[in-house]
Ligand binder design. Structure first.
Ligand SMILES: Cc1ncc(COP(=O)(O)O)c(C=O)c1O
Length: 343
């Protein structure tokens, strides 16, 4: 259902608002000083998060960006290079934090729909003995990637190539649970073989704030120090962890978002003039201008006038994201606007 003011916001799943159950849990949360490790709600959340991805330990942090940046800091030394899929969040949308905070360079590897080119990956990693390049000490994967599921067997091959070359592997699983739903597996299977995995409570899972980084106990101890260095030590943040625990327990609900996105893509494909819409694996529908009969900027303005917001990834690419705060009625309204403009 759209927000109380009638706005249907499809720009991102980050716009989701805490549910009543989350608000109640927040009000009742048992808290303590987490910098002393004494917030019971955070400790419970960290245990649950580590368990669900089958890692030894976890650390609650402010955001997905902070989780990724802590991972980069924990796995690398100044001067190292990090290998990522082209367009990865950690490279493109984190304000050069890896360079600024950890002193590393980032090398992008071609990655159609987020699936990193394995030959290129191996090629870079084989340069490790060459003094002309920084040491590739970390490979950072991302799943889902712009809504696409990176096949798990592909991830496994990338991980094995990284391992053989002695590099660590981090998974930016901001939408790890969407990947699990899309692949029809448990979250631990998506994270299998990685050293660390980060995921967000504040996207499709609907919590107001927070992410987590999970991995071996020793790495998470180091992660705590890096979080402190970044100014991310939190005190009575159990009120946030309480909402995150409700979010985590409800991860299977994401299936509904995937069905909604897939129905939206089906309905759009029926509109005259709409061409190829990329396969919908999870909760995002990505539309390129060349396949859309109306100028994307004009369409977004028209939608906005009718209380519907969609995202613009570039001047030629639109993104429509389904989540708990939109429903099939909002999807019908959206499709109705396209139809009216095409007629
Ligand atoms: C794949 C991915 N990683 C990391 C992040 C960062 O999360 P946050 O906005 O909580 O910093 C995002 C945010 O949208 C994301 O899409």
């Amino acid at each position: 259902m759209a927000f109380d003011n009638g706005v249907a916001d499809f720009r991102s799943d980050t716009v989701t608002r805490p549910t009543l159950a989350m608000r109640k849990a927040m009000a009742e949360a048992e808290v303590g000083d987490d910098v002393y490790g004494e917030d019971p709600e955070i400790n419970r959340l960290q245990d649950e998060a580590a368990a669900i991805v089958a890692k030894e330990a976890a650390l609650f942090v402010a955001s997905g960006t902070m989780a990724n940046q802590i991972a980069v800091g924990a796995h690398t030394r100044i001067g190292d290079e990090v290998l990522v899929a082209r367009g990865a969040h950690v490279r493109q949308w984190e304000a050069s934090a890896a360079q600024a905070n950890s002193g590393v360079a980032i090398r992008e590897v071609d990655a159609p729909a987020g699936a990193i080119d394995l030959d290129q990956l191996g090629g870079y990693l084989n340069q490790r003995a060459d003094d002309h390049v920084g040491v590739y000490r970390l490979v950072s994967l991302e799943n889902t990637f712009n809504g696409s599921l990176v096949p798990l067997d592909h991830m496994a091959r990338a991980i094995s190539i990284a391992r053989d070359a002695g590099a660590s592997v981090h998974l930016d699983g901001a939408r790890l649970f969407n990947a699990a739903v899309a692949a029809g597996v448990e979250p631990s299977e998506v994270a299998a073989g990685t050293d660390t995995v980060a995921f967000c409570f504040s996207k499709g899972l609907g919590a107001p704030v927070g992410s987590v980084i999970c991995g071996p106990s020793e790495t998470i101890r180091e992660a705590r120090r890096i979080r402190k260095r970044l100014g991310g030590g939190m005190r009575q943040a159990g009120v946030l962890a309480a909402a995150a625990r409700v979010a985590l327990a409800g991860w299977r609900r994401l299936e509904e978002d995937h069905v909604l996105a897939s129905n939206l893509a089906l309905a759009l494909r029926d509109v005259p003039g709409v061409g190829d819409i990329a396969q919908v694996d999870s909760n995002m529908v990505i539309i390129e201008q060349e396949h859309f009969p109306v100028d994307i900027s004009r369409f977004l303005t028209e939608l906005e006038a009718q209380g519907i917001l969609c995202g613009k990834l570039s001047s030629t690419t639109m993104r429509i994201v389904c989540h708990q705060d939109v429903d099939s009625h909002d999807v019908e309204r959206l499709v109705g606007v396209v139809r009216a403009l095409v007629d």
